[in-house]
Design a protein around this ligand. Structure first.
Ligand SMILES: Cc1cc2nc3c(=O)[nH]c(=O)nc-3n(C[C@H](O)[C@H](O)[C@H](O)COP(=O)(O)O)c2cc1C
Length: 263
């Protein structure tokens, strides 16, 4: 999954958020798209591209419009399935936004989640996916196959699931790997420096780390495993997550030597 991240984060204050969204929509009307920090080099690995967004003033949320606008050539000829959330507005205006942003594409049936239909989503989402030939049962095995790793620290083994992106695949290709994880920022992260640095091709930027996230800090090229929550950064790149409560193993003040292995 790729999260589209705006270059300038939105304000937590709701009214200023509304105002900025209005200004951005007006600017898009004039052909200026708000800057985003997310890009993809190719969609070749995807049969269907699912595009999810909230409805803002009837339209597709502006950062997603920027993403489709800047990736229109790469998305040409793909199958796109839109899904959106709204308070009550319909999805049709944003479907028209998408169709004009990516004109040479096949749009599948869309899905809208509104506050009054949320309760029904557990039933509707599987039916929608089934209709697209993308139901979870068909794809689950393939989706995570080969992405599981073991991290062995002394006599403890925790498991983690890597992301399906270029940097994570480069990391997986280097396993098994033994490193010393250094404590960083008073127990917030455990870090090490892969040598050479991991390739960032085909890897989306931007992450709001939660405990267990395995990330790369792009400016330094280090891998950072987060033991605590940390703030959103467009320089952080998520490459995996430690399963369940496994992160507790790393929640110690010292450096730890670990061995990463494929499962
Ligand atoms: C800037 C902005 C504009 C919105 N405009 C609409 C709208 O026109 N119609 C509607 O039904 N909901 C509207 N909403 C509600 C969002 O669609 C709703 O908050 C969203 O689908 C839920 O996702 P979120 O948690 O990311 O906000 C708007 C929300 C924001 C922040």
């Amino acid at each position: 999954m790729i999260e589209v991240v705006p270059e300038t984060p939105y304000d937590n204050d709701y009214n200023s958020m509304l105002e900025r969204a209005r200004e951005e929509l007006a600017a898009i009307g004039q052909g200026t798209y708000p800057a985003i920090a997310t890009s993809m080099e190719s969609f070749e690995d995807y049969d269907i591209v699912f595009v999810g967004y909230p409805v803002w003033y009837g339209h597709m949320a502006t950062p997603m419009q920027s993403f489709l606008h800047s990736h229109a050539d790469l998305l040409a000829g793909k199958r796109i399935a839109l899904f959106a959330s709204s308070g009550s507005s319909l999805i049709s205006t944003s479907e028209r936004d998408a169709a004009s942003l990516v004109p040479d594409t096949t749009f599948e049936e869309s899905l809208l989640l509104t506050s009054s239909t949320l309760d029904d989503m557990e039933n509707r989402i599987p039916v929608w996916l089934e209709g697209l030939g993308a139901s979870r049962e068909d794809n689950q095995e393939d989706a995570t196959e080969g992405l599981g790793i073991n991290i062995i620290a002394g006599d403890q083994t925790v498991t983690a699931t890597m992301e399906d992106n270029g940097a994570a695949r480069d990391f997986l290709a280097r396993l098994p790997l033994e490193v010393t994880l250094e404590d960083y920022n008073n127990g917030t992260e455990k870090i090490f420096y892969p040598d050479p640095e991991l390739s960032l091709d085909d890897t989306p930027r931007g992450c709001t780390p939660v405990p267990g996230d395995i990330t790369i800090y792009e400016p330094w090229g280090n891998v950072a495993i987060f033991c605590r929550d940390w703030s959103q950064s467009n320089s952080l790149i998520k490459i995996g997550h430690i399963d369940d409560n496994g992160i507790e193993t790393f929640n110690v003040p010292d450096d730890i030597t670990v061995r990463f292995e494929k499962q």
